[in-house]
Structures are given as C-alpha cells and as structure tokens.
Design a protein around this ligand. Structure first.
Ligand code: FMN
Length: 313
C-alpha cells in the first residue's frame, strides 16, 4: 500500500481497508494502539506476562504461551501485527525498534572472511564436537562467525517510495517483523588479542562492547559437564528481549524469538564448520545464574541458549 500523505488519501485508503479502521477505533476506545507506531499493540507485553506467566489457575503456563498463542487468524491482533509486514505501519514498527548502540568503549572486529566451502559439503559435515584443544580462536575467526550469524547485510527502505528518507538494516538471519529481539554475548576464554571476559556483539557497528558480569568466575558460569570450558575459544549466550517484538506480536513474540535463535545458531554452526572449528550447543547452563551475572531481569530479558566454539583437537 503506497504511503498516504493527505487527510483525503488516508480517509479513502481506510475505506478500502476495513481492518485499519477497526484498529483506529480500538485505539480510541480501549488502549494505546496506533497504526503508525511500534505499538501496533493489541496486547502489550505487561498483559502477556500477567495473563500467561502468572495465571490464576495452576496450569502449564509455558505450554499456554508457546502452543496456544494464536487461537484465531481473523482476530484483530493477527491482522494488525503478524499478517502485515510490508504495509506502512508494519514497516514503521521495525524502524521504531531500538537501533542505538553504545559505542563508547567498543573493540573493533576485523572484516569478516568470505567463506568458500560448498553449502552441501558444509551442511552435511556439520557435527557437534566437544573435542577442544585449548588453542586460541583468532579475532578474524570470531568476526567471521559473528557476522555470518547475526551481522547486517542489507536494508529495506521505508516511507514515501518516491522520496525515501530512511532504511531499516537487515541481517543475515531472518527475524519476525525485522525486529531482531536476540542479542549475542561472547564470553572469551581463548581468543587471540581479546581479554578474557564477556562482550556484547553490536551488529550495526560490527564491534564488541565489554559487559562486566557479577557473581562467580566465567569458568563457573559457563562450565559444562561434557568438556573443559577452559579449552574452548569462547561461549556464546543468546538473550531474548520480550519487549522488542511482543509489542507487535503479543504472545507469539516468544515463538518468533526462538525461531530466530535457531536461524542464528545454524548460521553459526555452518560458518564454524567451514572454518574447521569445533562447537557444541549446551542445554546444561544455569539460566538464573547466567541472567543474574549478565544483569538481566529474567522476566522481560531471558537467556535462551548457550553454545561454545573453539579449535578442534
Ligand atoms: C538445544 C541443544 C542443546 C544441547 N545441549 C548439549 C549439551 O548440554 N551437551 C552436549 O554435549 N551436547 C549438547 N547438544 C548437542 C547434541 O547432543 C547434538 O546436536 C546431537 O547429539 C546430534 O549430533 P550432531 O550435532 O553431531 O549432528 C545440544 C544440542 C542442542 C540443539
């Protein structure tokens, strides 16, 4: 739908699209809903938390949230949010996402390497490996992994197509609504030229930002029963921010966030296979301990996955 400038154009467009009128009316009568902001919100995150995560009845809260999040495709939430990616209000919800990165104390990453291995060979030779030899991963390898997993590689113009005034950056892994609710934290054990510690990956700037942790040492926080964490290059922790996408997708936000984790993770495994690095996902991490260490509240910001990468023994 082309961008509408005048009041008359908006009125005639609304006449052709009933559901937009309904959203407008809902906005005035019930809650803060704007067709031109990130809050294409029919169920704001707080009500999702109240309704699903602290239910009155003693049911399986996780099951309700993850499996029963979409009961009816004709409801207004679906039409205003999930079903409309390229319409102006939907595109604008992406550009209202938090794109700010704190660049004050960042560490530059080298340019990522181009991968030359064939896709079939890479996919079929990807195996989890827990045999790490303790040798260092280079900064170029780290940069290549992070870029292919989550780096930027394109852009989507928004606004008036005849006079574009801005773009939304697009990344290598797909994301529901282009809202990118997943953040990656690198905990370096053996990375050449990088001090041991935890860093957030900043995809727009392609840099690392030091993230001080609290509580036990890194080796206790990320340790695994399956190998010695000190022999790996680094651990990668995936953090989901519920507020980044549930304002648009309501209960479905968590599902979309977890799908994005899978996409980033597979990019990462294929890249490390191509670079001849070992790696293994970890289900054995202590969620609460890691959240406390990274200063995440565990309600709106969740640790949802950990994986480790290093030189193969
Ligand atoms: C979500 C997830 C959690 C996992 N957790 C662990 C783990 O804690 N320890 C481990 O040694 N392997 C873990 N793995 C690796 C699996 O054991 C491995 O993917 C599976 O055995 C298939 O082997 P392949 O990856 O070599 O094809 C995990 C994999 C996934 C996807």
């Amino acid at each position: 739908m082309p961008y509408k400038k005048t009041k008359e154009e908006v009125a005639s467009s609304l006449a052709e699209h009933d559901y937009l009128q309904a959203v407008g009316r809902f906005s005035m009568q019930h809650t803060m809903v704007s067709v031109y902001s990130s809050s294409t919100v029919l169920r704001p995150p707080d009500s999702v938390i109240r309704g699903r995560w602290f239910p009155n009845s003693d049911d399986f809260a996780g099951e309700s949230a993850l499996l029963n999040y979409r009961t009816d495709n004709t409801n207004i939430g679906f039409q205003a949010g999930v079903g409309r990616f390229f319409e102006p209000d939907a595109v604008l919800s992406s550009c209202h996402a938090d794109l700010e990165e704190d660049l004050s104390q960042t560490i530059d990453l080298p340019k990522p390497k181009k991968l030359k291995t064939g896709l079939t060979a890479t996919i079929t030779s990807r195996r989890s490996s827990r045999a790490f030899n303790g040798d260092e991963v280079t900064m170029e390898e780290l940069a290549t992994l992070l870029h292919h997993a989550q780096g930027n590689s394109g852009e989507l113009p928004y606004g008036d197509p005849t006079n574009p005034h801005g773009t939304v950056e697009l990344r290598n892994a797909p994301s529901g609504g282009g809202l990118y609710p997943i953040k990656l934290f690198v905990t370096a054990f053996n990375v050449k030229g990088l001090q041991r510690g935890t860093y957030e990956y900043l995809p727009y700037a392609h840099k690392l930002s030091p993230t001080p942790t609290t509580g036990p040492d890194q080796e206790l926080l990320w340790k695994s029963p399956d190998f010695d964490i000190e022999d790996t290059g680094f651990a990668l922790t995936f953090v989901y921010n519920l507020y980044d996408n549930s304002r648009k997708y309501g209960d479905g936000g968590a599902v979309f966030g977890l799908i994005e984790v899978g996409a980033i993770l597979q990019n990462l495994h294929l890249t490390r296979t191509s670079l001849a690095l070992a790696g293994c996902d970890q289900g054995s991490y202590d969620k609460q301990l890691l959240e406390r260490a990274l200063r995440l509240d565990g309600h709106t910001h969740h640790v949802v996955h950990v994986t480790v990468i290093g030189q193969e023994d």
